[in-house]
Design a binder for this molecule. Sequence first.
Ligand SMILES: *[C@@H]1O[C@H](CO)[C@@H](O)[C@H](O)[C@H]1NC(C)=O
Ligand SMILES: *[C@@H]1O[C@H](CO)[C@@H](O)[C@H](O)[C@H]1NC(C)=O
Ligand SMILES: *[C@@H]1O[C@H](CO)[C@@H](O)[C@H](O)[C@H]1NC(C)=O
Ligand SMILES: *[C@@H]1O[C@H](CO)[C@@H](O)[C@H](O)[C@H]1NC(C)=O
Length: 386
Amino acid sequence: MALSTSQKRLARLLLYALGVIVIFLVLWPLPYDRPAVRRGSAEPRARFDAIRNETLGVQKIFVINLPSRPDKRDNLVLGSSVSGFDFDWIDGVTPEELNSKSYPFNWNYDHKATEYAARRAHVNAMQRIVKDRLGSAIVMEDDVDWDVTIKTQLQSFALAVRALQGTDQNATTSPYGDDWDILWLGHCGVLCQTDVPFFLSPNDSTVLPPHHYLPYWRDPPPMEIPPHTRMACAVGDGVCSIVYAVSYHAAQKILSALSVNPADLQEKIDIGAQFDVSLGRMCGNGYLRCFAAFPSITGGYQPAGPWNKASDIHDENQDVHPASSNGVMYSTMLNINRLLGGEDNVVSTWDDAAVPVVNPANISMVGGAMHVLAEGGMYRLAAANP
Ligand SMILES: *[C@@H]1O[C@H](CO)[C@@H](O)[C@H](O)[C@H]1NC(C)=O
Ligand SMILES: *[C@@H]1O[C@H](CO)[C@@H](O)[C@H](O)[C@H]1NC(C)=O
Ligand SMILES: *[C@@H]1O[C@H](CO)[C@@H](O)[C@H](O)[C@H]1NC(C)=O
Ligand SMILES: *[C@@H]1O[C@H](CO)[C@@H](O)[C@H](O)[C@H]1NC(C)=O
């Protein structure tokens, strides 16, 4: 078919326009997208390998448990065996075992004796860390539940807290960086400091949507966090010491503040409180350098039976309920029979999860970017990716 001159000219014009659009599309993202990604650092994955070891990248893990609760010991022993980490016990303490002279002079006797005993067990953990000269340790309470991908989650969190510490060296003693006292991994509320930069890790399918949080006892961050995004931040305050990593130096300082010489620190740290409340104060006033994950990385497990099976500190009601888990997307405890049966896939705790059934091997470490809050909103700073 012969084309008229004007048709040819129109076709040429269209081709030309198309060419301009293609060139524009190819070039346009360059000055904006690509350097924004490149400007951030890429952390070699090998830096985070140690987190997959038997102590999750710290020197030792301790679990606090009352010897009279061997049922909880069963949970922790079995759960950690399928998740590939190992720990030592710190015996929980009952009020009857404590000489009343062991209370610090300023303990607030409005609190329960069981709360002091629980605090004492954490202080005993600090004592052990200092005594054994452990560079860092993770302390857990025995009603914890964790995601089947805990090692991957901790690697993503390590990348985030390294960025917050400004750690871009190749060699640090700890895969989590060398400039932290406390990493608050499991809590029931933290106040994130947002007057300093914080880190957002998007695209993490293990992050629960806010409607599945248990009530948090501290205000959430004052801005909207996109779905499936975990925040890593400097801690202004926190509650519930379910899981935390502590450095050797921090264990020394906590032992000093809560037992050896509380009088000197009484003004700064209201130490007559429960362990977690005191820890929150020590983080908030700068006595310790603390980082936390929001939402919490770990959660809690409720075995089937009456609610009061769960806590050895507080009395709960006797209503009977099936086994449940809170705070984790792919619960280790609720998936334990699948894991033991050799199934590849695990099931989410909630039906409305973005990915209700997943092969944990398909969940990989995520990167993210530093952000700041300034007048007018949230600004993205350098990215850090594995
Ligand atoms: C795990 O890695 C950490 C950090 O490198 C190290 O201190 C610890 O000893 C390792 N634990 C084991 C059991 O290898
Ligand atoms: C870190 O390691 C890379 C590759 O091994 C090297 O090119 C770089 O210079 C090192 N950086 C520092 C700060 O040592
Ligand atoms: C999120 O992760 C998935 C798979 O891990 C990947 O295909 C997707 O591109 C990621 N999205 C973003 C925004 O990074
Ligand atoms: C895991 O990833 C593989 C491909 O990498 C895919 O074929 C498979 O469906 C995924 N499984 C699940 C349960 O996500």
